[in-house]
Design a protein around this ligand. Sequence first.
Ligand SMILES: Cc1cc2nc3c(=O)[nH]c(=O)nc-3n(C[C@H](O)[C@H](O)[C@H](O)COP(=O)(O)OP(=O)(O)OC[C@H]3O[C@@H](n4cnc5c(N)ncnc54)[C@H](O)[C@@H]3O)c2cc1C
Length: 619
Amino acid sequence: MDILDEKKIGKDKLKALELAEDSRETEWKMPSFVAELFQGRVRWDLIMPFPAQSEEDKKIGDQLLDQVERALKKHLDPNEVDRTGEMPQAAIQALADLKLFAMKIPKEYGGLGLSQTNYNRVCHLVASYCASTAVWLSAHQSIGVPQPLILYGTEEQKKKYCPQFAKGAISAFALTEPDVGSDPAKMKTTAVPDADGKHFTLNGLKLWCTNGTVADIMVVMAQTPPKIVKGRERQQITAFIVEKNMPGVEVVHRCRFMGLNGIQNGLLKFSNVKVPRENIILGEGKGLKLALTTLNTGRLTMPASVTGASKYCLKAVRQWANERHQWGSAIGKHEAVASKIATITATIFAMDAVSWMTSAMADNKRYDIRLEAAMAKLCCTEASWKIVDGAIQIRGGRGYETADSLKARGEKAYPFERIMRDSRINTIIEGTSQIMRLFIAREAMDSHVRKIMPIMSPKTKMGERFALMAKAFGFYALWYPKQFIGLDALPSGVAIPRELRGHMQYVSKTSRRLARNLFHAMMVYQQKLEAKQLIMSRLVNVGTDLFAIASSCSYAISQSADKGAVELADLFCRQARGRIHRQFSRLWKNDDAQACRVADNALNDKYAWLEDGIIFTED
Ligand SMILES: Cc1cc2nc3c(=O)[nH]c(=O)nc-3n(C[C@H](O)[C@H](O)[C@H](O)COP(=O)(O)OP(=O)(O)OC[C@H]3O[C@@H](n4cnc5c(N)ncnc54)[C@H](O)[C@@H]3O)c2cc1C
């Protein structure tokens, strides 16, 4: 990022980009299917055969799932949680008794030591029943203290905190502030080292901290004193383990939302909280890196959870579409409804494929999953929102009615109204869809950035620049033609059903089209590409759908023939290819410039007259 010019992009943006760059994992030590895809290469060997869960691991998961289901049905009514905004103490105790607050804590520290797949299976099950409960569990261990502790905690930290989770202690993750959403560079919470260097004094406000109002232990991100790197001051964000009982920790407000009424989410204040230096996780200035690497696996809970909730919608919609007769037949027989049901079914099949593929990759530990996890989060949360919307449409007026009201009238109380309210947040938390696309785009371009950016940097000396240019030329002289004339090789030794062959060849062919368009975009826009979000989003959308197509084909091939998985994959692939076609058709010829101009004018009040005749309140 040495080439970014503060005068051109502004001080704040430079600061944000520098911090993001400093926090990136720079190395690609392990292979990534998606990173290769953006390079025009399809490594089928990385995703085929579909990585099935071992029988032994599955058995562990099956037993736990059975216990969780029984405990939930006994102690928790999701509609009551929604109505009262409180989680029954008996339910929390039941979850703690099953050690669900220590699912990912290794057995040696008293936890269940579950694989990522089994942990995600639990979240998938819980989310299909009660989203608030799923968030209690996932905020605690996908982003809260357990995950960073397992990955980067010192032995002392693990010994001190892990057993507490096994006894039901709850944790939270505090990054967001009133002025800090997607852009952590604006962080105001500070942690200043004391003169003796043994403690840091923490001051600041943290917003929307899930579990924050009840958490015993939390990870808090704070600015520690800046460091000079290559002659320039660089912000340092550090992750601290903070205990609720430390003097100066205060819950100022419990936040309430459109949905997820049972979660305990708060505005927290830290006033001169003395945090011991040994409570730093990973190291001073490494807080954002910690958050990013933690989220690589932490993020996988979200796809599994939304897939669980989507499956509830499918089951309820199927029942309803068979039961409800209008205009002489079951509504599911009318083409307009049938096509919705088909799309929901095929999409859920693909969500399953992506969720379990990425979970298995995380368990395998021989993949770099940063791109796959971000794509899984992006595509599953966006798909699930459309599924909920489609399901409500199929339910008609009853989709809009609350479960309590339906029940009071003696009807089946499918809680679509609550599911919709609970679901809306999923494309916002743990990285908004827009930020996910920016993250994926940056990582997708990484190999080009490494080769090309040093050539453009004013700091590169002339002799060095020529050497770099020669090296890059040597690479691209071979790489570029391959993006036009490569082979669409299919994996050998795999029996590929006829219906899927074309889709798999399409993945190969289109990955090359994607790679060359990504390269063209870099060449055309160079430093300005960072601001060309719409072009980059289209390329990311293409890559994401290609990953979903590839995962779905692999998943379908792994299923027994009688299940109809091939026809589900086939329909999903056809629909995804339609989306990809639309993205490419608008890649270079589009109305982006006009849209940005209208947005500018709108923000500058030019069309304020459109808002005449309304009542507008802000209080
Ligand atoms: C129910 C709930 C639970 C939460 N739990 C936690 C938690 O446990 N811990 C925690 O730390 N935080 C939590 N959050 C905060 C959540 O992670 C943030 O809401 C999220 O990161 C987005 O930040 P923001 O809302 O401030 O939006 P902003 O960052 O202000 O963004 C607003 C809009 O602008 C877009 N945008 C922003 N920057 C860009 C850009 N560069 N390019 C394109 N588009 C951009 C965003 O995509 C979004 O659409 C929670 C929030 C909610 C509502």
